[in-house]
Design a protein around this ligand. Structure first.
Ligand code: SF4
Length: 522
């Protein structure tokens, strides 16, 4: 076998969205077309569910060394991984890096295979300098680079490859490859039984009256990830996509064809679309929704939407095509703040969109951004007022802090917007208020998430120290406005799907979702 992909587990994994890895599925499809022999293994389901691994999931890494060695050795033996020449690890943005590094070190030790990393995690060459068991990293789109690597192309000619040479680490520039957006991921190596989970499987945690009165026995949901839009046509100045100059969509009929194929082949009933946004234009959104609806696939799905390119009427079509969950990238309710980040949209329409979506039985999530350069308390007040007035129309939220990350995210033309970039520093993200499941888990296992970003001063405004303090105050104001309505944990897509199948209406699902979550976390 030329390459064995391995999806590593995280101590942060959310069982509510357990599904195969999209990146591995796409690479498997691309490599098999090129006759490269490939196999894939997802370690997440076992790590989440095997009671023998309970201790490993919760103990500090320093005390888990023997247990992890036993765990990896067992996988190497039972899966015959010593036959693989190359082990490919896919790391995503939420990767539990300390655990994943230790697991990769052990896989290298017990197999002797070449270790290559890829995925949506931001990789700096530093990670290779600090970890000698990592042989290669591919940054960016691997659908072009990985086949070149496996077929023996000269290393310096492989886009995005980070490799060792002459005692140092070299890094090739990368680019996103256009032309492969419509690829159907190949999930055939994954055991779909691992992703088909229903409420009866968790009945110890479900209130008796729900089991007896309203829950149809045997209801299960199987989730698959898929995407059909690459890049983004917008130019928000804090986002790395504006630098990629890549925007490509799949023809709506082809989207429907691919969904039909995936549904039939893998018996999937819910899809999580991992597009930057479903609606790069109103026309594309309408055509794609109609194509999915007309196919009568009997599926449900989730995705993100930009608050431009929408009207109130389109939410009916969203719902009729199977959409049950939408994340709205609202970012701010202040026209001034939106202008500062070069994200022109009309906040006076946001509330109407959320309501129209809610009225069509769709579960809404909203994303807010804090820390925009020159942001003023008045900008935050507008967003807080919006949350108060519209909280009945959304169920979950994310609050992101705008930071200028090296390479990954870079404010375009900082001088033009009046900021002076300072030094590269780092900070540990903690969750003192306990409002996020991810950070609660990190805290519980005694690790913090470290991020690096640039400081900056506002010309004629706040210096970095003052700005940083203001950002945290603003973030707290938004958090407490949202926390008042206890929406943060409404993120269990699988539970929403299962309940919707049984209860049909959003109001009933919300009632029972809360009851189940209060009884016990499932
Ligand atoms: S923030 Fe979203 S809408 Fe803006 S450029 Fe990035 S991906 Fe596109």
């Amino acid at each position: 076998m030329q390459i064995q992909f391995i999806k590593l587990p995280n101590r942060l994994d959310n069982p509510g969205v357990l599904m195969p890895d999209l990146g591995i599925g796409i690479l498997t499809a691309v490599l098999r077309k090129k006759k490269v022999s490939v196999a894939s293994l997802d370690l997440k389901p076992q790590f989440l569910n095997d009671p023998r691994l309970q201790e490993l999931r919760t103990m500090p890494l320093s005390r888990a060394e023997d247990g992890l060695a036993w765990y990896v050795m067992d996988i190497v033996k039972t899966r015959s991984l010593t036959r693989a020449k190359v082990l490919g690890f896919s790391l995503d943005e939420e990767t539990d890096l300390p655990l994943n590094l230790e697991l990769m070190r052990l896989f290298k030790k017990f197999t002797g295979a070449t270790v290559i990393l890829g995925g949506s995690y931001y990789f700096s060459p530093m990670i290779m300098k600090e970890n000698d068991f990592i042989d290669f990293i591919i940054r960016g789109d691997a659908t072009l680079s990985l086949p070149l690597f496996l077929l023996g192309k000269e290393q310096k000619k492989i886009p995005g490859l980070i490799y060792r040479k002459g005692g140092g680490v070299l890094s090739n520039p990368y680019f996103r490859q256009a032309g492969n957006t419509g690829i159907i991921p190949d999930y055939s190596d994954f055991d779909m039984k691992n992703y088909r989970i229903g409420l009866p499987g968790c009945k110890a945690h479900v209130p008796k009256e729900l089991l007896k009165d309203v829950l149809i026995p045997g209801i299960e949901t199987s989730i698959l990830p898929y995407h059909f839009i690459k890049g983004c046509p917008n130019n928000c100045n804090y986002c790395f996509w504006h630098r990629e100059k890549l925007f490509e969509t799949t023809h709506p009929e082809k989207v429907a064809d691919n969904l039909q194929f995936l549904k039939e082949k893998y018996k999937a009933d819910h899809f999580i679309f991992l597009n930057n946004e479903f609606n790069p234009s109103l026309q594309y959104a309408e055509k794609t929704l109609s194509a999915i609806k007309d196919r009568r696939l009997g599926i449900t799905w989730s995705d993100s939407v930009h608050p431009n390119n929408l009207d109130e009427d389109i939410f009916r079509l969203f719902s009729e095509s199977g959409c049950i969950q939408l994340y709205f990238g609202l970012e701010s309710l202040s026209p001034r703040a939106l202008k500062l980040i070069n994200r022109p949209s009309d906040p006076s329409r946001f509330g109407a969109f959320l309501k129209a979506s809610h009225d069509n039985n769709i579960f809404n999530g909203v994303n807010f951004l804090v820390g925009v350069p020159f942001e003023a308390p008045e900008d935050i007040r507008l967003t807080v007022d919006f949350i108060k007035n519209n909280n009945k129309y959304f169920e979950f939220y994310n609050i992101n802090l705008l930071r200028i990350f090296p390479e990954l995210v870079s404010i375009r033309d900082p001088e033009k917007i009046g900021i002076k970039i300072g030094t590269l520093g780092s900070a540990e993200l903690r969750n003192p208020k306990g409002n996020s499941r991810v950070y609660d888990t990190l805290n519980a296992v005694g690790i913090t998430k470290k991020i690096s970003f640039y400081s900056y001063d506002e010309a004629g405004g706040l210096n970095w120290k003052e700005k940083n303090r203001q950002d945290l105050t603003h973030a707290r104001r938004l958090l407490s406005a949202c926390d008042e309505h206890k929406k943060r944990f409404f993120d269990d897509t699988r539970l929403i799907c299962c309940l919707l199948k049984s209860l049909k209406t959003k109001d009933l699902v919300i009632k029972w979702y809360k009851k189940i979550k209060q009884t016990k976390k499932i």
